[in-house]
Structures are given as structure tokens and as C-alpha cells.
Ligand binder design. Structure first.
Ligand SMILES: Nc1ncnc2c1ncn2[C@@H]1O[C@H](COP(=O)(O)OP(=O)(O)OP(=O)(O)O)[C@@H](O)[C@H]1O
Ligand SMILES: [Mg+2]
Length: 763
């Protein structure tokens, strides 16, 4: 072109300069200029031509590019989304049929079982099975106590004995320490005083956790699964490996029949938000989860609360029956049982306010004992109710009987007690002075939670476990220090558990070669646990269809928002010097500077992925922490569970990345290969889900949103290499000590990959 009458300048590629041109014309969008700048044509079909094109760019995957296309139309995306929705519906419908057929089969088996319930053969089989599995446990506990780090006694000086074939009722007013007492016995909470002897040997019962059934006070179970699925999973995880699948199924059906759950066995459990089985039915499932594992020791924390009196009586009868027939050691916390239900128990441990034992011995001797120390059971009152009022210190004393008077007078310490074995029952008989009946309630003052390490694995009272009761008396710093100690102890115990598990796993591998067997119970191996947990996790994903839909909507919405925000963002390269020289002086500088919005698109993209990914990922473990505690306390190893949950999440991550990519390219005119864009988004999603898992492990459920948002901003915004600019981070001395954080940040690499791929096609 002629810059001046006598000066001709070669035209630059991307401009159109036919003969006799005084000023070059930028090749308009929708047109293609030849590299020699002399010819121009409309962009051919199947390609698209942005402004200054010297080569036509091939139309993107699933896009529509007629002749003269400037930017791709993405109608194909809609069709793909529609096809995906149809495919998902087809999969769900096939699954539904399979589940329906399975349901019918189970119903049929349950009916057959009902018809043959009087079968002698069956009874013989059950007894044989029980005898094979049962191991007798004589548990003697002496002066058991738990003192919190703050010096507050939760329970103190509890002695007594649990014997195979006998049932023991643990009673006392609310807050007396019944749950704590059971948790200590079961080895879920570490005692600070006293001793526990198992079959005469001092040891903790946690060694036998595969044989212990612990029915927690709260009904801790997965709400999406059905009653049968929950029981079946429990049986498969905890029954010995030598039992066949059919035998386990039969056991589950027997328990279902026994607990009267047949009519709701295919109903989901439900929770406060989703209606499922009733409260009483949930309680029965809670008990069933332990019964299907054929334990040798059974601890139950309020198994009858929420049940009507007839069902409570049935449960108490059931406990007596299984203790006698299956040689179980049973201890159950019961609140206000009816006289008939109370009579089903052989022994009684009565705790008073302040965690002191009031009575420990045979149940049928309790009335006589209290009468003899001046507290006769009134005729018009049920013994159980009277004992609880007595233990709460709400009963006035009648004139005393001399038999025990001298004992009380000797007591300096209100907790002195006699401990004897009655020749008749061979059970311990522990009674305290009447002063123990009037112990003041435990001081409400400075209390902290027992370190979670001590509670690790305890599912019994999850609210108690996680609750850190603030010490108003000792101030903020003491609270902070105690929280720190608690978290530290918690982490140490968690790491110790994981290493312990790995050690156990290596030991099981060794046993495969040496032929050794687990002396307690040979339960499913690492691989089998992984498969069982994987199946359960897939089932959970399948069941939470509404959750799945809302997750996908979230990914779509985030992708669409980011896409819309990036709609007009582009990269305008630095203009050739010859062109800038012709520009007015005021814009010459900006003419020579490239306009780069693509890195911001990368940052927005990673921000959207992290917002959606962290919030969805945190729901994987966050919703079932309590279930995890319950399962691990019953012997489930952590590692296969964790791996199974993650593997079951992989399809969710892939679908999330598909949704997000589809939405993201809706408005944004991307130039790179769709496959590379998808790969970057998928990898970012994997990282975002992992951060979600981390968030759910370290913070409480109520903090998930806050922690997730903070993490998204920190990672996807600050550590993406966009703002602050990666060049500055890598070259400025001020960042020298923290540079490594960018090196390990996934969004920094993700945004960089996205940027380079986009630039490749723009240069
Ligand atoms: N980890 C803990 N930190 C602080 N206090 C605790 C902890 N665990 C238990 N306590 C307190 O110890 C007392 C006994 O608790 P526990 O749950 O054993 O009572 P309970 O007899 O089972 O009561 P309920 O009948 O209401 O279930 C309560 O006052 C409780 O607040
Ligand atoms: Mg309790």
C-alpha cells in the first residue's frame, strides 16, 4: 500500500490490499484473506474465520459452521445433552427393573421362612450356627472411672460383672453416665481409672471388636439405603468368611422376621428431610444391624426408646432369648421399662447422678437390697421407675434397717461399697452406701470433650464426641488450648489407626501364605471390604437421584455463568509496527500492546470448577461421618472404604466435567481442541473433589459452605497464576519463600495449560 505518494509499504498478512491501496483494510470476520493479501473470499462452509484470518479454522466438534461463519454455533451441544439425559433415564429404568426383581425374590424367601418357622431342622441349624460362632465372655470391671482433662469425673468407681448367657440392664437418670459407661466397657472410650478383666485377664475389649455388637443411642445409618440393604451390608462385612452368601442372606431374613421389619424391608431409611421408616422401625433396624453380625457381646444404648411398650417388651424378651440361646453377653441401657420388660433382665447396674454406682448385682435382689437399707419399693410404683428416682436422689428414706447401717457409718468416702459373690447366682453384688444416693449432681462447670482420640471409633454418642463444651469459667485461651490439644490428639490417633490398619493388612497377606487365621474372627479381606464398600457407594449414588440432578444443575449453572462472563473476552495480538506507525500518537502505545483476556477466562473457568467441585465433593464423606465411625468401631478398615468411595465418585467427576465443559463452551468462543479443554476441566474437577473430601474431614458440617468458598477463592483465584501474575510470582524476590505454593497448586497448572492451548490456535 502507499503510505505516501512515493512510499510503498508491503501489506501484512491479515490485511487486504488490492492493487492501488492507500490504506490496508483489516480482513473482516467471516472472510478469509490470502496470505499474499491480494484476494479475499467468504469463509468456506465447515470452517470459521474470525477477523484478520489468513487461514480458515476448522469448525469445532458438535458445532455448526455454514459459509461465512465468524464464530461457531453450538446447536449440537443441546442434542448431546438430550441424548445424555435419555441414556441416564434408560440406565435408571433398567436398574429399577433389576431392583424390582430382587425385591420379589427376597419377599418370596421371607414368606418361605415364615412358613417354615416351626421347622425343627431350621431350629437345629440356628442353634448349631450360634454354638459355632459364640465365644463366652466373662467381663469383670472394677472401680471404672473416667475423668476429663479438666478434672471433672464423668463416671467413678463402677464395679460389676457381665456374664455370658445373662442380660444386664444399665439404668440411671439422664446424664448419669450410662452411655459413657457402655462406651468404656466396649473399648470405644479410654478409661482413666479401674480395670476390666476379660475371662480373668486384664485387657481391653476393643481387641474383640469384631465380636462386639454396639447399638448406639442415635440411629446411625445411611438414609438412602433400604432396610434390607443396610442389614445385608452389615452381615457381609462382619460375618465370618466361611459363611456362604446364602447363609448370610438367610441370617438377614431371620433378623428381619424376628424384628418384624418384613413389611418395610424395601423402604429407604430416610431422615429428617426425607420421609422413610418410622422412628421405632429405625430403632429396630439399628438393633438388627448388630444382630445380623452374630456378635458374642452385645451392648445396646437405649434400644427401647421410641418403641411402644409392647415392642419394647418384645425387644427385651429378644435380648434374653438370644443371650440364652446364642450364649451372648448382653448389657442394655434402658429407660423406664415396664415391670414385665424389666423382669427380662438378669442383672442390674444402677448409676446415680455424678456417675456413681448405686447398685450392681442380680436384678431380682435389688428390691430386697434397697428395702433393707430403708428404701422399700412402693406397691403402686414400678420397680424400674422407683430405682431411677432413687438413683436421681428424689426418694426420701424410710426408717433404716440395721443390716446395712453399720456399713454406712463406716464410710468416710461416700463411694465405699461391698463386693461379694452370692453363692446362688455367682454374679457380683455391689452395693453402695445410702450416701451415694444423695451425691450432688456433677458440677456443670468447666468441661471439655474427652479428646476425640479417646473416642475414636465411637459411634455411640456422636454429638457428645464432636461437641466441645466451652469453658466459660476458664476463658478463651484455655478453650483454644484444649481445642488444639483435642485436634492434635485426634490427628495422632487417626494416623495411628491408619498405620495399625496397614500393619493388619500386611499381616493378613502374610497369613495367606502361612495359613494362619485371625484368632478373633476371619472377616472379609481388604479386597472384599473394598468391593462391598464400592457396591454400597454406587448404590448410594444411584439412590440419591435428586442429589445427582441438583449436582449436575450446579455444574451446568457454574459453567454457564462462567461462559457468559467470558463471552466477549478475547486475545488481540500486538499490531504490526507498520500499522501502529500510521495510528494517531495517543493510541500508538496501546496499538503495540497485546490485549489478553484469555488468562482471565482461565481463572474464571477454574473458579467455577472449584466452587462446584468442592461443594459436591464435600458431600461424599460429609454426610456419613457418623456411619463411618460406627463401621470402623465394628472393625471396618478405613483404607478400602476410602478408596471405594473415591472410585464410586469417578463417574460423578466425569459427568460433572462433561456438564461443565458443555456449559462453558456455550458462549465462550474457544479455539483449542475440545478434548484438551475437557481434560483440563476434568483434572481440575478431580482436584476440587479431593479438596471437598478434605474440607468434610476437617470441619463440621455447618462450616462446609464457608470453608469450601474460602478454599475456592484461595486456590482458583489467588493460586491460579493470573492475579498475581505468574511471571511476577516466579521472578519477584518477594515471593521467593512462598513460590512453592504455586508449584503445587492445580489451578496454576490448569490455567497455564488452558492458556497455552488457546494461544496455540491464535498465533
Ligand atoms: N466428651 C465429653 N465431654 C464433656 N462432657 C461429657 C462428655 N461425654 C459425656 N459428658 C458428660 O457426661 C455426662 C454423662 O453423659 P452420658 O452421655 O454418658 O449420659 P447418659 O447417662 O447416657 O445420659 P442419657 O440418659 O441422657 O443418654 C453428661 O453430663 C455429659 O454431658
Ligand atoms: Mg446416653
Amino acid at each position: 500500500f502507499c503510505a505516501a505518494p512515493n512510499i510503498s509499504v508491503p501489506c501484512l498478512p491479515g490485511f487486504y490490499c488490492p492493487a492501488n491501496t492507500a490504506q490496508p483494510t483489516l480482513c473482516c470476520k467471516g472472510y478469509l484473506c490470502s496470505p499474499d493479501t491480494k484476494t479475499i473470499e467468504v469463509c468456506p462452509a465447515g470452517f470459521f474465520c474470525p477477523a484478520a484470518s489468513t487461514r480458515a479454522l476448522p469448525c469445532n466438534f458438535l458445532a455448526f459452521c455454514p459459509r461465512g461463519t465468524t464464530a461457531v454455533e453450538k446447536y449440537g451441544l443441546g442434542a448431546v445433552l438430550f441424548a445424555f439425559a435419555l441414556m441416564t433415564m434408560a440406565v435408571f429404568s433398567v436398574k429399577k427393573r433389576i431392583f424390582h426383581a430382587q425385591r420379589l425374590r427376597y419377599r418370596q424367601r421371607l414368606r418361605e421362612l415364615g412358613d417354615n418357622s416351626d421347622d425343627l431342622e431350621d431350629e437345629k441349624r440356628q442353634k448349631k450356627e450360634a454354638a459355632q460362632l459364640a465365644q463366652s465372655f466373662d467381663i469383670r470391671f472394677e472401680k471404672l472411672g473416667l475423668t476429663l482433662p479438666t478434672g471433672v469425673d464423668i463416671i467413678k468407681n463402677i464395679s460389676g460383672r457381665l456374664i455370658t448367657g445373662r442380660t444386664c440392664a444399665v439404668m440411671g437418670p439422664s446424664g448419669a453416665g450410662k452411655t459413657t459407661f457402655l462406651s468404656i466397657l466396649a473399648g470405644k472410650v479410654a478409661k482413666t481409672d479401674g480395670s476390666i478383666k476379660v475371662n480373668g485377664k486384664e485387657q481391653t475389649l476393643s481387641l474383640w471388636k469384631k465380636l462386639i455388637g454396639f447399638v448406639p443411642q442415635e440411629d446411625v445409618m445411611l438414609s438412602d439405603l433400604s432396610v434390607r440393604e443396610i442389614l445385608m451390608h452389615s452381615a457381609r462385612m462382619r460375618q465370618p468368611v466361611h459363611m456362604s452368601h446364602n447363609e448370610k442372606r438367610l441370617k438377614v431374613l431371620e433378623v428381619i422376621q424376628f424384628l418384624g421389619l418384613g413389611h418395610i424391608m424395601d423402604n429407604p431409611i430416610g431422615d429428617v428431610e426425607t420421609r422413610g421408616v418410622s422412628g421405632g422401625e429405625r430403632k429396630r433396624v439399628n438393633i438388627g444391624m448388630e444382630l445380623v453380625a452374630s456378635p458374642s457381646i452385645l451392648f445396646l444404648d437405649e434400644p427401647t426408646s421410641g418403641l411402644d411398650s409392647a415392642t419394647s417388651l418384645e425387644v427385651c424378651k429378644l435380648l434374653k432369648q438370644i443371650a440364652q440361646e446364642q450364649f451372648l453377653t448382653v448389657a442394655a441401657v434402658v429407660h423406664s421399662p415396664s415391670p414385665h420388660a424389666f423382669n427380662q433382665f438378669d442383672d442390674l447396674v444402677l448409676l446415680g447422678s455424678g456417675g456413681r454406682v448405686v447398685y450392681s448385682g442380680p436384678r431380682d435382689e435389688a428390691s430386697h437390697y434397697f428395702e433393707s437399707i430403708g428404701y422399700p419399693v412402693p406397691e403402686d410404683e414400678s420397680p424400674a421407675d422407683f430405682f431411677i428416682s432413687l438413683a436421681a436422689g428424689r426418694v426420701d428414706k424410710s426408717p433404716r434397717t440395721p443390716e446395712y447401717e453399720s456399713q454406712e457409718d463406716d464410710d468416710d468416702d461416700a463411694m465405699t461399697y461391698g463386693y461379694q459373690e452370692t453363692s446362688k447366682s455367682k454374679t457380683p453384688h455391689c452395693h453402695v452406701s445410702t450416701m451415694a444416693l444423695h451425691q450432688p449432681s456433677r458440677p456443670q462447670s468447666p468441661t471439655f470433650s474427652v479428646p476425640i482420640s479417646n473416642l475414636a471409633g465411637s459411634s455411640a454418642d456422636t454429638t457428645d464426641q464432636v461437641e466441645v463444651i466451652k469453658n466459660q469459667g476458664q476463658g478463651f485461651w484455655t478453650s483454644l488450648r484444649m481445642s488444639f490439644i483435642t485436634s492434635w490428639a485426634d490427628s495422632v490417633s487417626y494416623i495411628r489407626d491408619v498405620f495399625g490398619e496397614m500393619g493388619h493388612w500386611l499381616w493378613t497377606i502374610k497369613c495367606k501364605f502361612t495359613g494362619e487365621q485371625d484368632p478373633v474372627r476371619e472377616t472379609p479381606s481388604f479386597g472384599s471390604v473394598f468391593i462391598l464398600c464400592f457396591k454400597r457407594a454406587c448404590l448410594q449414588n444411584y439412590r440419591s437421584q435428586m442429589g445427582f440432578l441438583s449436582d449436575q444443575s450446579l455444574h451446568l449453572a457454574c459453567g454457564l455463568c462462567v461462559s457468559f462472563a467470558s463471552k466477549d473476552m478475547m486475545y488481540t495480538p500486538r499490531q504490526p509496527a507498520e500499522i501502529c506507525a500510521m495510528a494517531p500518537p495517543a493510541i500508538q502505545l496501546s496499538c503495540a500492546t497485546p490485549l489478553d483476556d484469555i488468562r482471565y477466562v482461565g481463572m474464571f473457568m477454574s473458579l467455577g470448577v472449584y466452587f462446584a467441585g468442592i461443594s459436591v465433593g464435600s458431600s461424599t464423606f460429609g454426610d456419613e461421618k457418623a456411619v463411618y465411625w460406627r463401621d470402623t468401631s465394628a472393625g471396618m478398615p478405613t483404607l478400602p472404604y476410602y478408596l471405594a468411595k473415591i472410585l464410586a465418585d469417578v463417574p460423578r467427576m466425569i459427568v460433572a466435567a462433561c456438564m461443565y465443559t458443555g456449559a462453558f463452551i456455550f458462549f465462550f468462543a474457544y479455539r483449542q481442541q475440545l478434548s484438551s479443554l475437557f481434560l483440563v476441566i476434568l483434572l481440575l474437577y478431580i482436584n476440587a473433589f479431593s479438596l471437598g473430601y478434605f474440607v468434610s474431614a476437617v470441619v463440621n458440617r455447618s462450616m462446609f459452605g464457608l470453608a469450601g468458598t474460602g478454599m475456592s477463592l484461595a486456590w482458583a483465584l489467588v493460586l491460579s497464576g493470573t492475579a498475581p501474575h505468574l511471571y511476577k510470582v516466579m521472578n519477584s524476590g518477594g515471593y521467593a519463600t512462598v513460590r512453592w505454593i504455586w508449584d503445587v497448586s492445580a489451578p496454576r497448572w490448569g490455567v497455564e495449560a488452558f492458556y497455552l492451548k488457546e494461544m496455540d490456535s491464535r498465533m
